[in-house]
Design a protein around this ligand. Structure first.
Ligand SMILES: Cc1ncc(COP(=O)(O)O)c(C=O)c1O
Length: 395
C-alpha cells in the first residue's frame, strides 16, 4: 500500500476507545469530546430544500450529470455568499462546488503543486492537511505558533518560506485552537507573501480553509482573506454551518485578482473532474441554491463553549477561550499530555492529545456535544487535573 495508514490516527483511536467505554459503562456515562461531528439538526431551510428536491425528483435529469464545476445556480448562490464574506465581488466563474472542504483542498493542491513543493502551515493544524498535500507530491511544512493565543507568528512563517514554497495554508476560525486571525495579521501575511513571491520569482498562494466561518462568537465579521492578498483562494464547507457533514458539500473560490485566474480555474476544474469526484454531490448543491446563507443556531455552541470554559476554570486550568469553531485547545497540566489523556479516561472523559495536531502538551476538546455531556464531565475534569498534579508532585 502506498499510503501510511498509521498517520493521523489519534482522533480515530479515541473514537474507538469511546465505543469500547460506551459498551462497558453505557452511553450516558461516557463523556466524549473527541470528535468534531456537528450534533445540531440542520436548519429548517435544509429540510425545505430537500422537500422541493423530492417533489422534483420525478422529472428527467433531476439528478443528472452537470457541468464539472457545479450547477450554474449553485455557483451563483456561492458567488453571492463569497462576495459578501470576502468583501470582494467574486463571479460564479471563480467558484467550484467541491466534495467538502477536504475535496476542495485536494483539488487545489493537485492543481498547484509540483513534486517537492512545500505548503507552509502554522501549527497546531488539522492533521489531515499532511495527507491532502502529500497526495499530490507536496510536502507539508508546519511552523510552530509559539504564542499563547495561537495567533499567527508572522516572523516564523516568513522564515519557513523558501524557494520551494507554493502555498501558505491558514485555517480561520481554527481547528484545533478556536482562534480567528485579525485583518492586520492577514494583511501583514499578504505583504510577506508578495515580497517572498517576488524574491523567488514564483507565485506563492495564500489558501484559507474556512469550514467554520459561521461558527463565530466574537460578534464581529470574520476578516476576509481576499483583500489581504491577490493570490488567495478560499476553501469553504457546509459540513458544520448547515450540519451537513455526511453530504460532503463545499466550495473553492479564487480571488478575481489572481494573475491568470482563468487558467487557474481551468486547472481546478480539470482536477475536480479527473481526481474521481467529477462533480460535487447534486443534492448538496441543490440545497445550497436556497440555503447557502442559512446556518445552525450558533448560540447553542456559544452556551456549550461557556459551560466548558467554566468547567476548565473550576479545574484550575488556564486556556485560550475560542473565538470560533467548536474546539478548546487546552494546555495539559503536566508536560506529558498522554498522562492527562489517561487520567481523563479514568473518569470516562475522552479528548485528543495535541500531538495529533502537531503540538504536544495540549488536549483538544470538541464542544459539539450535548449540554449534559459537559455537565457530566465537569467534576471528572477537576479530579483528573488534581490526580495528574498530585502524581507529578510526588515524582
Ligand atoms: C480545519 C478543517 N478543514 C477541513 C475539514 C474538512 O471539512 P469537510 O467536511 O468540508 O470536508 C475539517 C473537518 O473537520 C476541518 O476541521
Amino acid at each position: 500500500m502506498a499510503v501510511a495508514v498509521s498517520g493521523g490516527s489519534a482522533i480515530r483511536k479515541m473514537f474507538e476507545q469511546g465505543i469500547e467505554l460506551k459498551k462497558k459503562y453505557g452511553e450516558n456515562n461516557v463523556f466524549d469530546f473527541s470528535l468534531g461531528n456537528p450534533d445540531l439538526a440542520p436548519p429548517a431551510a435544509v429540510k425545505a430544500a430537500l422537500l422541493k428536491i423530492a417533489n422534483d425528483a420525478d422529472k428527467p435529469f433531476a439528478v443528472g450529470y452537470m457541468p464539472n464545476a457545479g450547477y450554474p445556480a449553485t455557483r451563483e448562490a456561492l458567488a453571492a455568499l463569497v462576495s459578501k464574506e470576502q468583501q470582494v465581488q467574486t463571479p460564479a466563474a471563480n467558484i467550484i462546488a467541491t466534495v467538502g472542504a477536504a475535496g476542495g483542498l485536494n483539488v487545489l493542491f493537485h492543481a498547484i503543486l509540483s513534486a517537492g513543493d512545500e505548503v507552509v502551515v502554522p501549527s497546531p493544524y488539522f492533521v489531515e492537511y499532511g495527507f491532502y498535500v502529500g497526495n499530490h507530491g507536496g510536502v507539508l511544512k508546519p511552523v510552530p505558533t509559539n504564542r499563547r493565543d495561537f495567533s499567527l507568528d508572522l516572523e516564523a512563517i516568513d522564515g519557513a518560506i523558501g524557494p520551494k514554497t507554493r502555498a501558505v495554508l491558514v485555517n480561520t476560525p481554527n481547528n484545533p485552537t478556536g482562534q480567528i486571525y485579525p485583518a492586520e495579521d492577514l494583511a501583514a501575511l499578504g505583504r510577506t507573501l508578495e515580497r517572498r513571491s517576488a524574491e523567488f520569482g514564483r507565485t506563492i498562494y495564500l489558501v484559507s480553509d474556512e469550514p467554520y466561518r459561521q461558527l463565530n462568537y466574537t460578534g464581529e465579521p470574520i476578516p476576509p482573506i481576499f483583500p489581504a492578498y491577490a493570490h488567495s483562494v478560499v476553501v469553504g464547507s457546509f459540513s458544520k454551518t448547515l450540519s451537513l457533514a455526511g453530504e460532503r458539500i463545499g466550495y473553492l473560490a479564487a480571488n478575481p485578482a489572481i494573475d491568470g485566474v482563468e487558467t487557474l480555474m481551468g486547472g481546478l476544474i480539470l482536477s475536480n473532474r479527473t481526481l474521481g469526484f467529477v462533480n460535487a454531490p447534486a443534492i448538496g448543491q441543490k440545497i445550497l441554491q436556497s440555503a447557502a446563507e442559512e446556518g445552525i443556531d450558533v448560540e447553542v455552541y456559544r452556551r456549550r463553549r461557556d459551560a466548558l470554559a467554566a468547567a476548565f476554570t473550576n479545574a484550575g486550568l488556564e486556556f485560550f477561550l475560542p473565538k470560533g469553531a467548536f474546539y478548546f485547545f487546552v494546555p495539559s497540566p503536566v508536560a506529558d499530555e498522554t498522562k492527562f489523556v489517561e487520567a481523563l479516561l479514568d473518569e470516562r472523559i475522552l479528548a485528543v492529545g495535541g500531538s495529533g495536531f502537531g503540538l504536544p502538551g495540549f488536549l483538544r476538546f470538541a464542544f459539539c456535544v450535548e449540554d449534559r455531556v459537559i455537565a457530566g464531565a465537569t467534576e471528572g475534569i477537576a479530579r483528573a487535573v488534581a490526580a495528574v498534579r498530585r502524581t507529578e508532585a510526588k515524582a
